[in-house]
Design a protein around this ligand. Sequence first.
Ligand code: PRT
Ligand code: ZN
Length: 226
Amino acid sequence: ALIESKKLRIAMQKSGRLSQDTQALLTSCGLKINLREQRLIAHVENMDIDLLRVRDDDIPGLVMDGVCDLGIVGENVLEEMSLQRQLDNESYDYTVLARLDFGGCRLSIAVPQEENYQSIQDLQGRTIATTYPRLLNRYLKQNGVNCRIVNLKGSVEVAPRAGLADAICDLVSTGATLEANGLKEVEVIYRSKAVLIQRRDLSDDKQLKLISKLMPRIQGVMQANE
Ligand code: PRT
Ligand code: ZN
């Protein structure tokens, strides 16, 4: 068969903000990883595990479709994808095995600094640029606010200056990017960390046993980091 391997497949971000911490976590759990090559698949030398190194945006779908058994991804990306799949009537099943201690950030609405912002109601009828249209839409609905949402894949923070939007909804960690673009954070709509997820229909005994062996190690590594 094309997909004959019973190896446990873990999807992780290939290069980006989660890559190093993910790799460090797996290494601390005892996985001997050979990432020298810039390849899609990295074999774990001492366990029946393959690492699939992909864009973070692809990780939720790979797990929800059962193509990968585990995945490590930001809750922001995971939740946005779940909402999208729910709306599209596609499967969006997964189990969260652990909330990890890295990748922390918040998804926030920001407006130009000179704006006299009082409450979310001030955004009624305005235009907001974001990479997270469904998380934003859910928040606006919950607050009874109607906005026009402009979906941008990148450079969201320049949208107000470029005249594309009145406000933005983007990830924030230190706030330096907002500051540098003359914006101020006015609403936190979602708090995110990296999570370890498992596909719902995983039933292979060997794979389940391997996961049961890894989980206490992951908890142990996180406790040691506290
Ligand atoms: O190539 P690929 O698609 O895999 O990566 P990516 O560019 O889409 O994502 P990446 O590597 O930037 O981020 C991966 C994940 O890290 C995100 O989905 C979040 O879960 C988490 N994370 C944590 C962050 C940040 N902190 C963060 N600060 N992701 C992005 N940012 C960006 C933010 O978009 C803004 O541009 O950093 C800027 C703000 O940072 P501050 O410190 O200036 O506030
Ligand atoms: Zn991405």
